[in-house]
Design a protein around this ligand. Sequence first.
Ligand code: SF4
Ligand code: SF4
Length: 341
Amino acid sequence: MKIINVEKIPEIIKKWQNDCEVFVPVDNEGAVDFIPWSEGSKITLEGNSLVPPKKLFFPQTETLYKYETKGQSANVIALEEKTAQRIIFGIRPCDLKSLEMLDDVFLTKGFVDPYYKLKRENTALVALLCAEACDTCFCTSMNIDPGAASGADIVACKSGEQLGLQAQTEKGEELLNKVSQLTTEGEIDFKKAGNFKLQADIEGLAEKLKEHFESPYWEAACRKCIGCGTCTYLCPTCHCFDINSNTRGDHGIKTRCWDSCMFSEYTLMAGGHNPRPGKKERFRQRFLHKLQYFPERYNKTACVGCGRCLAKCPAIVDITRIITELREVTGIGTGNVESVS
Ligand code: SF4
Ligand code: SF4
């Protein structure tokens, strides 16, 4: 393992930045955000980002292509592919796991999204293991180990003022070789987070939920939700989007932007029909997608226990409580279902 004092992290980043762009977690007026490193950037190794690093693979707004129109015909102008290499430094194990789910959606089952694919291929990942759980974290309930990061090129762990760096891939080895003059060989005493206040038991739930689409539970559970969409925008596994054309005269651009199943317009059709007309249907969709439909299609629960949704929901809708209540509704848990109202 390579060791470096945390004070020297900017020197490592600076070296890497000679060849590529390096995104780092920075405290931005109280909220951690992944931004390109520049001289003076205040890197933070505490907590997790407000907006997950999915934004670097699936941006909130992204131009897909340009076009020109001539009478009834149109000419599509492909954008120049950005092939520059990037590094994300400090991605947490939960967000790393969420990339596996985005890979499932954007790269498998016969569908390959070239925009997402290029960014994934051009990005090296330096994962930062978690020594402390936030009050809203429950990744272990989703079978994620806060002390491991498979899928990362380099795994970093902090103990006191020391940071350990271990390469896991060839790409990771190359990156560490570039900064070998700044590191020493050694081991550090890292203890992974173990004090999780929240838990959720998803065992057997996906199968049972199939029979509870029409349960009165959904009507009761959705009551507090105001349909703001915060939960879905901040979720590292949510991936709904809308596509828009912006035309000026005879030319325009095609963009896609994040959308949310919690918005009434999301499923509104041109003729005015909406298959999810009310809050109940939209709320049910969010939870069934994560807990039943995604496991059915990809054999994974579409939640990594990052806790962002419950930390920022203005109505304090807590997915761990919803899971517990659903266990009761479906008969695999014990307790009083009426408490949801
Ligand atoms: S953040 Fe809360 S209130 Fe807003 S849409 Fe999600 S569950 Fe509803
Ligand atoms: S559903 Fe909530 S806790 Fe689960 S991954 Fe999404 S934001 Fe994180």
